[in-house]
Design a binder for this molecule. Structure first.
Ligand code: BTN
Length: 251
């Protein structure tokens, strides 16, 4: 039996090199009695994973690369995306304290500053039948890295503020906000989470361009539902719900 504490960061595993902290967490979760709330951190990942089968490359020692193992068995299937919402919020709030300008959550869960990505999230859920049992929350935050391939459209704290940051300081802030927001989730405070998430959602309530079925379409971004689908109001006032594979937001 795993411990049910979920206090995030109570147990911290620090690694120099790993394939992916998410993979390490998954193996660990299968093999041992790991307490929920355990955080795995690495200085470098050989095979960092991004969303939709992409890779997450990050220089050694410059960035936050971490995974958190959480008991999410209390979340019903139609509320699973709230985990993603609270993780985006936690990163948003922790970066906000560094005074780096307007930070936005780009649907579904990328963190952007000035149209450039500063952090990404990869959540991998474990299921038993139809029920969620646990989640591995992978977080990558660009902190002191200053060179990125152009195609990454990335930024970092150092690029934005021209100074070097302590990774421990950033880490502590993320852990503090994760604990706060995970408590909201545990208390099933979905309305509060929704209102916070939408406050920082990029282009919320604005008419923007989307790429849908190989066409550029103008639509109003009306929100993100509990399944994580983006809700768009089309030209004819019809509401449409799309998942990540069906639509791309043009920024
Ligand atoms: C994205 O594509 O935006 C998600 C990036 C998630 C990267 C983090 S780094 C730590 C954790 N381990 C991984 O292999 N990926 C996540």
């Amino acid at each position: 039996m795993l411990m049910k504490t979920n206090h995030i960061g109570n147990q911290l595993i620090k690694l120099n090199i790993v394939d992916s902290t998410n993979n390490y967490a998954a193996k660990y979760l299968k093999q041992t009695k790991i307490p929920f709330g355990t955080v795995i951190m690495a200085q470098y990942q050989i095979k960092g994973k991004g969303q939709v089968d992409s890779v997450w490359n990050a220089n050694k020692n410059d960035n936050i690369l971490m995974s958190v193992i959480l008991d999410t068995s209390f979340l019903s299937v139609n509320r699973v995306f709230y985990l993603s919402k609270i993780v985006s919020l936690s990163i948003h709030e922790s970066l906000n304290s560094f005074d780096i300008g307007n930070i936005f959550i780009k649907w579904p869960n990328d963190i952007f500053v000035n149209k450039e990505k500063i952090a990404g999230i990869l959540i991998e859920n474990q299921w038993k039948g139809q029920s969620l049992i646990s989640s591995i929350v992978g977080i990558g935050i660009n902190v002191n890295q200053t060179l990125f391939p152009e195609s990454y459209n990335a930024t970092s704290l150092k690029l934005l503020k021209s100074k070097t940051y302590s990774l421990d300081e950033v880490f502590e802030k993320v852990i503090a906000r994760m604990n706060y927001n995970f408590t909201l989730l545990n208390n099933l405070s979905f309305d509060k989470i929704d209102s916070d998430y939408h406050k920082y959602l990029l282009n919320y309530n604005k008419i923007t361009n989307f790429f849908i079925k190989n066409k550029i379409v103008k639509a109003k971004l009306c929100g993100v539902d509990s399944f994580g689908k983006i809700v768009l109001k089309m030209d004819n006032n019809e509401l449409k719900y799309y998942d990540l594979k069906q639509v791309k937001q043009i920024i």
